[in-house]
Design a protein around this ligand. Structure first.
Ligand code: ATP
Length: 240
């Protein structure tokens, strides 16, 4: 069915003030699927994530999660309906410990999966477990990304929105973070929308991808199709 499972976005438009940024975006992410959202700087990736997460109102179109229409819900209610975002820049409280950051995130999402789920997530992220009593501001960028991932995963999402989880990380840590995302998606049957500038690395863990350009989806296909597409290198790597 069109809106039965995972994340379904239909005809979504949004913008800021007088400016329309997103134009009738259609996309779908099924449970256990990682789908890459690729595009150059300013293409509209973060705007799309904000609109799906409810931080920015939709001007047209709809967002469904697990068959429920969440288009008019505030971000907190969307989180409870299963859409959880790990935002760009991680948004940790740097003066708080890792444990406090995770607890607070879970309380705000109103959807904590309890201690059992947190334990399961921390089993996958031993780096985070070791640092639970460390101040978040003292962690490296990679470690902070892992904490943000743990916080989002422990909120028991059905749909996980990841806005550039590898931003600023070394190639080695990038692979590590993306492998963890894949493991989480598999274990917890998550529908993951993975926003990335690093197309190659993202498509290595994603099954499919979309390319956004000036607020429109201009290409969609399997990872293999996108990696082999000349059109994609033109759009995506074109000006670079
Ligand atoms: P990046 O990878 O640089 O984050 P992006 O693909 O996520 O890029 P967006 O941040 O969604 O792109 O930006 C899309 C367009 O919306 C850009 O033209 C940008 O200037 C504009 N924009 C983003 N945020 C705002 C805002 N708060 N107010 C007005 N315009 C904005």
């Amino acid at each position: 069915t069109a809106t039965g499972e995972g994340l379904v976005v239909q005809g979504l438009s949004a913008g800021y003030g007088p400016v329309d940024v997103l134009h009738e975006v259609d996309l779908q992410v099924r449970p256990e699927e990682i789908v890459a959202l690729l595009g150059a700087n300013g293409a509209g990736k973060s705007t799309l994530v904000k609109t799906i997460g409810g931080l920015l109102p939709a001007r047209a179109g709809s967002v469904h999660s697990g068959g429920r229409d969440v288009t008019r819900m505030r971000p907190e209610r969307r989180a409870r309906a299963g859409i959880v975002t790990a935002p760009e820049g991680r948004r940790l409280f740097l003066h708080m410990t890792v444990a406090e950051n995770i607890e607070l995130g879970l309380r705000l999402s109103g959807r904590g999966g309890g201690k059992a789920l947190l334990d399961e997530v921390l089993d996958l992220l031993p780096v985070v477990r070791e640092r639970m009593s460390t101040q978040a501001g003292l962690l490296s960028g990679g470690q902070q990304q892992m904490v943000a991932l743990a916080r989002a995963a422990a909120a028991s999402p059905q749909v996980l929105l990841l806005d550039e989880p590898t931003l600023g990380l070394s190639p080695r840590l990038t692979v590590e973070v993306l492998d963890l995302v894949a493991e989480l998606a598999r274990r917890r049957s998550l529908a993951v929308l993975l926003v990335e500038q690093r197309a190659q690395q993202a498509l290595a863990v994603a099954t499919r991808g979309y390319v956004i350009d000036r607020g429109r989806i201009v290409l969609a296909g399997s990872s293999a199709e996108l990696l082999g597409s000349g059109e994609m290198s033109e759009i995506y790597f074109g000006a670079a």
